[in-house]
Design a protein around this ligand. Structure first.
Ligand code: PEP
Length: 253
């Protein structure tokens, strides 16, 4: 059985000091709430990692970044390498989020470079894929996601299932309050799984596939109950501790 991964994506919200207070509160809450059946990850702004790392050390909470350079080092002003993120405390990193694809023009080739940079630098990539509303309306959602996976994972090898996480995030559901139905999320999770099976064989059975797009306590139960929804990538609701924990509590045991 795949351990559900409940991954927050804080986007560009909170300061490091606000985040510290939030995290201390979460650890306190975890003393009275048993979510030991899930893995908790918060993908925070890079400035927060080194501040939060000592707070979450030796706890069940892991940290992740939200973006990484495709380069290992060099004259790339403003960029952060995988090694820097790992040294600051990250274990995971979101790669190819639709906001990066949209606002920073990241294409599948660049996303592939970032997946490889994560793997070479010791981070587990949370590779985001998902269709635009116009692509869904045109019936092109499956083809879009397969194209994104093909580009991002071209020549990318893994030696164990834990080396990769994929997040299916329909772009029209991110931050909009619109959620894919649980059946649609499952159907796309199955499409992703089938692609991964073709690419990685039996290892694909252990790769976690997350759903992302306005996941919240009121819809988490239904989404997380689906066979190919192994957790969530959660934006807005992950900034509210009670909502993040309520989503974690909705994961199957
Ligand atoms: C996200 O940021 O990946 C996301 C899914 O956001 P939200 O949950 O706010 O839709």
């Amino acid at each position: 059985m795949r351990t559900p991964l409940i991954a927050g994506n804080w986007k560009m919200y909170t300061t490091p000091s606000e985040a510290s207070a939030w995290m201390r509160g979460l650890l306190e809450d975890l003393q009275s709430q048993d979510v030991s059946n899930v893995e908790l990850v918060l993908n925070v702004p890079a400035t927060h990692l080194a501040v939060l790392a000592p707070i979450v050390a030796d706890t069940a909470v892991a940290l992740g970044g939200q973006d990484v350079s495709a380069h290992a080092e060099g004259a790339y002003t403003g960029e952060l390498s995988a090694e820097m993120l790992v040294d600051a405390g990250a274990r995971y990193c979101v790669v190819g989020h639709s906001e990066r694809r949209q606002y920073h023009h990241e294409d599948d080739a660049l996303v592939r470079g970032k997946v490889l940079a994560c793997m070479n630098g010791g981070l587990v990539p949370i590779l985001c894929v998902g269709e635009l509303e116009s692509e869904r309306d045109a019936g092109e959602h499956e083809a879009t996601v397969i194209r994104q996976l093909t580009g991002a994972l071209d020549g990318v090898e893994i030696s164990k299932s834990e080396d990769l996480v994929v997040a299916y995030e329909p772009v029209w559901a991110i931050g909009t309050g619109k959620t894919a139905t649980a059946d649609d999320a499952q159907a796309m999770g199955a499409v992703v799984r089938s692609f991964l099976k073709g690419r990685y064989g039996p290892l694909a059975d252990g790769i976690r596939i997350l759903y992302g797009g306005s996941m919240k306590p009121s819809n988490a139960d239904e989404l997380l109950a689906k066979a190919d929804v192994d957790g969530g990538l959660i934006g807005g609701a992950s900034l509210k501790r009670d909502q993040y924990l309520a989503i974690a509590a909705a994961a199957p045991r």
